[in-house]
Design a protein around this ligand. Structure first.
Ligand code: NG1
Length: 468
């Protein structure tokens, strides 16, 4: 397996080989010897562009080397059986079809059920299922619920495997779109950023993505090199917000309210992106600081697909829209900074983005504030912000490579000291990363002593023929 692993992982290919081998033994222990297909899907971190994707705005994510593995074997029937190497994720099974019953909210199986249902609907045909094992534990897996897309990775990796086992071809963009909608199954009306990033990212690069489709339904994206000599520090606050989904949908609702309120002045508007080039002075008076859903008769029908939003829900429309309007500008500035290799300007955008995420979008929390402040004090740090949906999860910092190792140790120490009185209950993870490679099919083993076939080249899920 080694040549493939070295192509995927810049660090620790040897340790990855052990991880893959242990996973293979585990799989065979569960399902018996035979062909085993390996798929991997990275986590992702968003450099900047928070809550802009569902407004057809701009984002700048990158893939991590941290990933989820899915080992799988196709079945002749439509059953999908899934286990996890971690005992707290209980095994489950379901029949793959157009209407797959959901497990209770928060159950990990829903990420895979959503993928199965979306694929069955898209293909319009009965699908064959699979026996699968998920491997996503630390230190090689991304922390869960930390805004690093480990959930999306589960949806996408299951979709890639099922596509392959059903001899289906799909290009990366179409698959990313399908997976984004597949994830609505869990109740959050999220955007396309995560799925695009997981399937299209390139090692050492961030991906500038325009989340507004062109008339053919395609999305413009550009791979931009992270300035050489710099790394991203990712520090988990350890906070997991209980009601993140409800608060997320409220932000989506506030943006849609903004669109409705702007429509009389901008008749063709469908998303906030449509007013991106209008001066804020023109928009501001049209957007009230606060409305309830009931205040706007036109609104209820526009929000009825958002679980948790009621007629009493209060929406801070003006400041939410202002965040989106300014955040899109920051993403464009950050992309320019990357094109010019200007790390200082990039760092400034991160700092400004954090202030807006906190003050205008209301997605920070005291622990993230502490973490970001501590990160900014470290030598070699050019900027820091919270990343992902917010209300917990991770903060990132752009740091000079020479300081990265020291910064990891320092932030662990200082954050622990700062948080000591209020234990967060979760072990803090901090790591410094280079952007990683997108996920997909990673190879196949035939039998317990079988030969590993290196098929990890781009877009292997596009292949039609599958031996089983
Ligand atoms: P995370 O951070 O993984 O929860 C969510 C959305 C993104 C995007 C960000 C905020 C999903 C699957 N992901 O990501 O689309 O809106 O929040 O920028 O809903």
């Amino acid at each position: 397996m080694k040549p493939t692993l070295e192509a995927i992982y810049t660090e620790n290919a040897g340790a990855q080989e052990v991880r893959y081998t242990v996973a293979l033994e585990h799989f065979e222990g569960l399902y018996g010897p035979g062909h085993v297909f390996f798929f991997r899907m990275p986590g992702r971190v968003n450099l900047i562009g928070e809550h802009t994707d569902y407004n057809h705005g701009y984002v700048l994510p990158l893939a991590l080397e941290h990933d989820i593995l899915l080992l799988a074997r196709p079945r002749a029937d439509a059953t999908v059986r899934v286990s996890n190497v971690e005992a707290n994720f209980r095994p489950f099974s379901f029949t793959c079809g157009r209407q797959i019953p959901a497990a209770p909210t928060g159950d990990w199986s829903n990420m895979i059920r959503g993928a199965g249902q979306a694929l069955a609907r898209a293909t319009g045909q009965p699908l064959r299922g699979m026996d699968a094992l998920v491997v996503g534990a630390a230190p090689f897996g991304a922390p869960r619920g930390a805004g690093l897309s480990s959930s999306s990775a589960l949806t996408v990796v299951a979709a890639v495997a099922l596509l392959r086992f059903n001899g289906r071809a799909m290009d990366d963009q179409s698959l990313a779109q399908l997976c984004a909608e597949a994830e609505w199954y869990v109740g959050t009306r999220g955007g396309i950023m995560d799925h695009f990033s997981l399937l299209l990212s390139r090692r050492d690069h961030a991906m500038f993505l325009d989340c507004r489709p062109d008339p053919d339904g395609r999305y413009r994206h550009e791979h931009l090199l992270l300035p050489p000599g710099y790394r991203l520090l990712i520090a988990d606050s350890g906070v997991r917000h209980e009601n993140a989904r409800g608060h997320y949908n409220q932000r989506v609702a506030a943006c849609r309210a903004g669109v409705e309120l702007l429509r009389p002045a901008f008749p063709g508007i469908t998303h906030l992106r449509d007013v991106q080039d209008a001066p804020w002075e023109l928009l501001e008076p049209l957007l009230p600081e606060e409305v309830t859903v009931a205040d706007l008769a036109a609104l209820e029908s526009v929000l009825d697909d958002l679980p948790g939003i009621t007629s009493d829900t209060s929406l801070l429309v003006r400041r939410r829209c202002y965040h989106v309007w300014t955040e899109n500008r920051r993403v464009l500035a950050a992309a320019d900074a990357l094109r010019e290799g200007d790390a200082i300007r990039l760092g400034e955008q991160l700092d400004d983005g954090h202030a807006s995420a906190r003050d205008n979008y209301g997605i920070s929390c005291p622990e993230l504030e502490t973490l970001v402040a501590l990160l900014r004090e470290l030598p070699g740090v050019l900027g820091a912000r919270l990343t992902g949906a917010g209300w917990g999860g991770c903060a990132i910092a752009l740091v000079e490579e020479a300081w990265a190792g020291e910064a990891v140790q320092a932030i662990r120490r200082r954050y622990r000291t700062a948080m000591a009185p209020a234990a967060t209950g979760t072990e803090q993870e901090v790591f410094s990363v280079r952007p990683g490679q997108h996920g997909g099919f990673a190879g196949r083993v035939d039998g317990p002593t079988g030969r590993f076939r290196d098929q990890s080249a781009n877009g292997a899920h596009r292949q039609r023929e599958v031996k089983s």
